[in-house]
Design a protein. Sequence first.
Length: 352
Amino acid sequence: MASQRPVRVIQWATGAMGRTALRRIIDHPDLELIGCYVYSDAKAGRDAGDIARRPATGVIATNDIAQILALDADVVIHTPRITLPYEAMNADVARLLASGKNVLSTAGFHYPEAHGPEYAGPLLAACQAGRSSLAGLGVNPGFVVERLTLAATGLCHELERITIEETVDASAMASPDFVFGLMGFGADPANTDITTGPLAALYTSLFSEVLHLAALALADPVVRIAPAHETTLAPRDILLPAGTIPRGTVAATRWRWTATLQSGVELTLSILWTADPALHPEQGLGHWNVHIEGRPNVRLTLAIDEGDPALPPARALTDATIAVAIAAIPALLAAPAGFYALPAPPAFRARL
């Protein structure tokens, strides 16, 4: 790409994920930042470099989507915080696509077809109108199941069951909205069962896309998806940067789904978010533990960290998420109009 003009990029949203993306775009020799969308009035009007703690770029952040739509960009790096309901971001994304901009999101859109034509149809129509492509990428969803785990199934002659377990340490997270809202911490089980409410619906929508995309790679359609969510209550008051989790309220959420495939293979995805990893000694080491049962059995452990315990645990995952997204830009730009997913490495197939 060095011999060509830089890829013209708009950064959409500048929270923790977005600021990391903004820095990587500014620093990258093959990318040119031409626009920056923010949600808050406090950030609107500031230089994007100032928001990213970089020298001035001359790109002024805006919260006016009309200004963003008017820009001639190759790609929008879309990194807002996921919201309730799951489809709340679709209208903005459709407008970006229809204006001729490819969109690469870390907040969903991994496999829109999983939700049927009523959900996917308007997004696909926007892609066709703008001759643009839409992709959802990140670490999970986006990499751990769809690329790493599926590649490992290629070691098997027979496949019976796949289990992916994720552990995320939220003890250093500083955003009250995220910790007490989207993670569900601090919820009183006497008043609210978050495992059957809007949060459960949100994450089922998001992670069902992973299960359907994995089934597609295995050429083995999903027959049903069964949830088995759990919460862990705080044995004491737990003080976090985001606030205090009172004793007896939710201190961890385990979102878990098992997809049964047409062949009978079971695919379980379990995601544990916790305010205190010491509450879960059974989880073992690593952010992800993958167990593939078949012939042969395959076990994987994946850890992503900074190597410095003084740094926030979430920073390494944020860096990795943005690295996956930026690395996919050339493939997204070369893709035909429509939905795009990075092709999985050769996975298990019962038939040639």
